[in-house]
Design a protein around this ligand. Structure first.
Ligand SMILES: [Zn+2]
Length: 348
């Protein structure tokens, strides 16, 4: 039974990142160096840019209330799913979500349309369980593997915009008026923005996304750096297309495994990710890929860490799975009245 301190949650529920500088003792001891073959690095999976700007909103009673409302809705759904499983009626209807990709680039070689489609294919395979290699999941976690979440993504549009110089604020990506692109049908389509994060205040980072209801609608989109999009990025830590899988997890209401604000030894074991079948942990393993280290002995909070979970921050080559509890939490957002149900394609 994991513990939860609600105050910590409300104060830090949008804290998605863990920089090297804030690494825990166990992370520091790993002494992992960042190597780039392209002349620039992605040192972190996410940045604090979103967090800092959203942080002000967290004191807003309206946002706090929305958070509590989402949690109550999720709990009701999880109860229904558990009851259905007991009675053998746990077939999950397929949920197909509209998605669009907006590429904002300076150079001549943005991802091709084929590469975009390949990345969406990776996203879909991850959500249907096809990217999980059970032999790479520590044995004690195998019974928690979600398998097919019955959530899929249908690519509606790919758009390109060339700009003279990189934008300096990721939120500028979301508006024509600030040099970016207005989203496509944001009322029913998940908009993914692909760009460089080099010039962002908190960049470079691999990706960013907000939890449902906690980001103002005009900023409620997903951002992925070129070096973390697709499989031909040149960045050895993010070249398997898993950043979009991770960010989509956030978008569908998943927290990091250490829980919001729990990515340090001091507080990590006192906060939760609200998922019952993930172990309590205080380590994000930010872009770590050394499998000799990420082994059976990797522990925190008194138990082995699920470093292979998509909602940890290990390097792409290490990530393997969502859990059944995470699947249920994501699917809850797609139930009638759920916080992301507006993205479900008509007829699915
Ligand atoms: Zn994250």
């Amino acid at each position: 039974m994991k513990r939860l301190i609600l105050k910590s949650v409300l104060l830090s529920m949008a804290l998605f990142s863990c920089s090297k500088e804030e690494s825990t003792a166990s992370q520091t001891d790993l002494n992992v160096s960042v190597i780039s073959t392209t002349g620039r690095d992605l040192k972190i999976r996410e940045a604090k840019a979103f967090e800092n700007k959203v942080q002000k909103k967290l004191n807003d009673p309206e946002f706090a209330a929305k958070f509590q409302e989402n949690e109550a809705f999720t709990k009701r759904y999880e109860t229904l799913i558990a009851e259905a499983a007991k009675s053998g009626k746990s077939n999950l209807p397929l949920r197909v979500l509209n998605i669009a990709v907006n590429i904002i680039h300076v150079d001549d070689a943005p991802p091709t349309r084929q590469q975009v489609r390949q990345q969406i294919g990776i996203l879909n395979r991850a959500f249907e369980g096809g990217r999980t290699n059970r032999s790479r999941v520590p044995e004690r976690f195998r019974r928690s593997i979600a398998g097919d979440t019955r959530i899929q993504f249908d690519l509606q549009r790919i758009r390109y915009k060339r700009i003279p110089e990189p934008l300096t604020d990721e939120f500028d990506l979301f508006f024509d008026s600030t040099g970016g692109m207005d989203p496509i049908n944001p009322e029913n389509t998940i908009n993914v923005y692909v760009s460089t994060s080099d010039e962002f205040e908190f960049g470079p980072f691999a990706g960013a996304a907000g939890l449902p209801g906690l980001v103002p609608p005009e900023f409620d989109h997903i951002v992925i750096d070129f070096l973390a999009f697709g499989t031909e990025t040149g960045d050895i830590f993010t070249n398997a297309g898993e950043t979009l899988v991770h960010e989509m997890g956030h978008f569908l209401n998943l927290h990091h495994l250490p829980g919001p604000g729990g990515e340090n030894v001091a507080s990590g074991c006192r906060v939760d990710d609200f998922v019952g079948d993930t172990p309590n942990t205080s380590v994000l393993y930010d872009l770590f890929q050394d499998e000799a280290i990420l082994g059976e002995t990797t522990t925190s909070c008194g138990s082995q860490d699920m470093f292979v979970n998509f909602m940890g921050d290990s390097a792409d080559s290490v990530l393997e799975m969502f859990t059944i509890g995470q699947r249920n939490r994501m699917r809850a957002t797609l139930e009638p009245g759920g916080s992301r149900s507006n993205f479900i394609q008509a007829g699915s």
